[in-house]
Design a protein around this ligand. Sequence first.
Ligand code: ZN
Length: 304
Amino acid sequence: MRRWKTRRVLLVAGLAAALVTVPAAAQDATRISAVATFSILGDLVKNVGGDRVDVVTLVGPDGDAHVYSPTPGDARKLAAAKIVFVNGLGLEGWMTRLIEASGTRSPIVTVTNGITARKMEDEGEPGRLVIDPHAWQSVANAKIYVANIRDALATADPAGTAVYEANATAYLARLDALESEVREIVARIPADRRRIISTHDAFGYFSEAYRLEFIAPQGVSTEAEVSARDVARIISQVRKQKIPAVFLENVSDSRLVRRIAEETGAKIGGTLYSDALTDENGEAPTYIDMVRHNIRTLSAALTS
Ligand code: ZN
């Protein structure tokens, strides 16, 4: 009988040990799940969310957020998320239907709230103004994204407020350092060489912030077709203004820029990352890597 008793005690002890692990599992369950529409935004949310937030990104590395086709899996990701981050300014035209399809009631946070949107003339229809969604290309704007992400996470998960504030403060300091680095590099590029050809109009905010002139055959979306007249106009502009370099983009068709380079003798200065990060092994796995890569690539081609 005594042996039985001992075994039962052991059994109870085992059960108690199993119960002890439950609070640890429950602690994991306090992590919140967030969806970000594209890789650049996903990286910013990860930096602010840290260990408290699981971030799922819909349009992955090297993906084009302008023309994305959502999958049923994306609707399920949205339905499971406690908070959803979108760029807004017309970047993710496909999101409205996806949100409806998912049935989510979680907050949809537009991270560009508070940013002064750039408007520009549509290439195809002169006189028609379109909103430029690429606000993240100015580091000052990325800081507004980060502040919006911090505040939205704290509202969705008040227990994590101190963590989000600390993470955001540390990351904002890194963005300040990045901004200074970009300005120092631009200052060393001779003023008459600060002209660049890229594929689509993704660098308007970058251009305004850092005083580099970008000319792109394609408009602010990768959706529009480029007309022969636009290409001819750019070719003559490159020749007339002696524009030194043209650049490829990871989300756009490279043929157009290669043709402009061939016909004008401008050199191909490398690849710029406009709307998407690379995977971990690429040149731009994070937002900070992306901005640093872009300015160094531009500077190398324009100063040599
Ligand atoms: Zn774009």
